[in-house]
Ligand binder design. Structure first.
Ligand SMILES: [Zn+2]
Length: 135
C-alpha cells in the first residue's frame, strides 16, 4: 500500500513532468511557496484533463504550477508534522479527504468557503488570471 508521501511524490513528479512536456522547465524551488487562500482546487484534475484535450495553454500551465505548488507544500508539511491539519482553521482534515486529494490543505468546510469566494471572482469568465489581490 502506498503511503501518503509516496503518493505526493509521485503526483509531484507527474505534474512537473507535464510542465516539462509543455516546454517550460520549472524548477520546483522557483515556484513560490505561498498558496493563495482563495485558490479553488476541487476537481482540478478534471479541469486539467479537460483543458489538455482542448489545448495546452497558459491556464493549464497555471493549474499545473498550482498543483506542483500544493504538492510540494504538502510534502513540506508532512516533513514538519503539520500534514493533515487545515491551514485555515487548524482542525484535522478527514482521512477520507486526504485519501482522495492528498495535497489538500483545508478541511471540507474551509474548502467550501474558499470555493464560493473563487466562484464569485470567476464570474467574468474571459480572464481567469485577472484576480485582484487586494480588496
Ligand atoms: Zn478548516
Amino acid at each position: 500500500m502506498e503511503t501518503i508521501r509516496e503518493r505526493l511524490e509521485e503526483d509531484l513528479r507527474s505534474a512537473v513532468g507535464r510542465l516539462r512536456q509543455m516546454g517550460g522547465a520549472v524548477a520546483v524551488e522557483e515556484v513560490p511557496g505561498a498558496i493563495g487562500a482563495n485558490s479553488p482546487f476541487a476537481d482540478e484534475v478534471d479541469e486539467i484533463q479537460a483543458n489538455e484535450r482542448r489545448e495546452i495553454g497558459f491556464a493549464t500551465r497555471e493549474l499545473l504550477v498550482g498543483r506542483v505548488n500544493r504538492l510540494s507544500a504538502a510534502l513540506d508539511r508532512l516533513n514538519d508534522g503539520e500534514y493533515g491539519t487545515c491551514v485555515e482553521c487548524e482542525e484535522p482534515i478527514s482521512p477520507a479527504r486526504l485519501q482522495a486529494l492528498p495535497e489538500v490543505q483545508t478541511c471540507v468546510r474551509c474548502q467550501d468557503r474558499i470555493e464560493r469566494l473563487g466562484r464569485q471572482s470567476d464570474q467574468d469568465e474571459d480572464e481567469a488570471e485577472t484576480v485582484s489581490d487586494d480588496d
